[in-house]
Design a protein around this ligand. Sequence first.
Ligand code: GLP
Length: 244
Amino acid sequence: MQIVIHPTARGAAEAVAWFLADCLYEDPGLVLGLPTGRTPVAMYRELVRLHRRGRADFSRATTFNLDEFVGVAPDHPGSYRQFMTRHLFADVNLDPTQTHVPNGDAPSPRAEAARYDAEIAAAGGLDIAVVGIGANGHIGFNEPARTLPSHTSVVRLKPSSRRSNAKSFGGSTRRVPARAISMGMGTILSARHVILLATGSEKAEIVRKALNGPITTMVPASLLQGHPKALVVLDRAAARRLTS
Ligand code: GLP
């Protein structure tokens, strides 16, 4: 696992954007796994800027988002589909048919999860999965548990995860759906490269557990320690508790 530490959160996010733009230049047909959350916003901003300067071409790329809330339609302002439209899809030359986010209001969330997984497999799997880390160590919405789903599945959200997503639901934790469809850990770890972007001092303790602690399903991000090509990009604040 390679760990790179940047002085600022913005620097860390931009470094991931530049890395992705370089990878797209080398291989324009990349299949990308993409995260939502506060952390990647600066990364998407930089990708849009690079695209406008002709330095990031998405015309042949395919994207799969990590997760979506169950019961939330793609046009709901709190949906991750809307987040992606706002922060990336509307401003770069991605083919809309090549952008994938689980459909939160599918009649059968379980069938939707299976369909999503099959779609990722049909695309040849992920070349690069960019992931964030939840305060409890979750990746996508794979919450700490004794076992973790391998494939895309319907997962129950921890109260802390619902709380941290309240902003997108009018500030009310109760309005945050209790379930989500999340790409499974197996699907994420099968990506040829995994990039974890984490910034801010509130992530320092969980980053320490994930990178310096034992590999355990109780800290899903710790499973990245076993990935042959994992790149962790941090700012100084998130890295401050690391011991090595
Ligand atoms: C959400 C997402 C995760 C993300 C996490 C951290 O729960 N499902 O994929 O990594 O939040 O978000 P933030 O970057 O806002 O801390």
